[in-house]
Design a protein around this ligand. Sequence first.
Ligand code: BG6
Length: 508
Amino acid sequence: MDMPEENPFQDTLRFERRAPECTVVIFGANGDLTKRKLVPALYRLAYERRLSSGFAVLGISRTGLSDDAFREKMRDSVQRYLEDAPFDDGVWSAFAQGLFYLSGDVSDGELYRRLAARLEAIDESRHTGGNALFYLSTQPSQYASAAAGLGAAGLSRGSGWRRLVVEKPFGHDLASARELSDQLHQHFGESEVYRIDHYLGKETVQNILAFRFGNGIFEPLWNRRYVNHVQITAAESIGVEGRGAYYQEAGSLRDMIQNHLLQVMATVAMEPSATFRPTSVRDERSKLLRSIRILKPEEVLENAVAGQYGPARIGGQDVPGFRQEAGVDPEAQTDTFAAVTFFVDNWRWAGVPFYLRSGKRLPKRVTEIAIQFNEAPLAIFNGGGSEIVPNLLILRIQPEEGISLKFVSKRPGAGMKLRPVSMDFNYGSSFGERSPSAYETLLLDAIVGDATLYTRQDMVEASWAAVEPILHVWRETRFDFPNYAGGSWGPAAADAMLARRGHVWRKP
Ligand code: BG6
């Protein structure tokens, strides 16, 4: 693996976040991600005046479209999917002049010759400095041929910089992740490959680093002496929403835990980084992921619980079970819920359980990290109707982004009666500003050349290594699915997993 680029002069760009000139080439320009996330995020960057005048987007997909038709389509998408931000006709017109389209098949070598000519023409008219960011938003099975096509046409090198952004999944297990990486590395160096994990781009996930390392009082408590256990929950109330065929093969462990939640866990648990440079931060994240204890096959079923939702009546409506969703095998053994107990084998965290869970069709959409501290060493207030609970720090990732610290307090009145109270910080009311979407942050980072929030291959491999024993054992297990009703907090076995250590899941 080559060393990531580390140019100290980039710091100005990194902290001020202004994009240098370039063309963003989107493979899969007709897909959902392009219209829902990528183009709205780029438009929003234009609105914020963060893009250079030498900026262009070239969309590629099989459908035949003119530049103008592509612009019209994108205009509709931006108006439809731009969350909590205004649409401005003037900004759009200027932005749309830099939108171009090319039709072609990713696996066809001829596409890349036309792409080369198109990039040159765009460079001449828009002065993009020969810089290009290739964004793979296609089926994962096409990643390798796109990289190979770019390489063979000489497009992975150019007069400016070249970078490749790849969407998850990065393989479906450790071996396929390595294979994909080898295929990409034949044409792009590791420092040029930007693997997106959109959770790392969320403001509240970035704020974990600010909270831990911008303050002096929390870090001394952030270890096995004071922390009893950590719960990381990513719950969704929706089902698989038309993605049944993909999801059936993936399942919750692959779809959410292997990537998003392990990255969040790494951010919560990593050692302080010596600097805020990409290599330093990523090294710490990677070290943490590599310290996760790998479960032995016989430990898997006690420490990893699979669930699948059944039919239910929610809010007065009948909703199908997973096996009744379109494109799903009626006998599917897919996990739509997964809960795992991980341990980190290092001095800071030895013996502290990290409980991770994620699921579809749970009671609500909420992502949070709950850090439960040890109880006070001596219980002197236990008599007389006090309700004493251990201190709890909750980092609310979404929605209602914020941080709460729970502690006990004396109730007003005679006697010493205690009950839990909460000290709250809310993003909305404290800053009163709109937060950029994860894709705005991550796209700008990639254009600027800041890989801090991107996943490196060693992290991808470490997180596959952590879930692989679970995948193996689950593949050999015949689950009695469905085992939770839609709209509930998952299977009873997930509660039993925590109960074995005397713990209880929070109901966020
Ligand atoms: C994606 C998963 O990576 O993340 C989806 O493939 C999931 O299944 C989504 O719904 C959740 O993202 P967010 O940002 O809505 O929490």
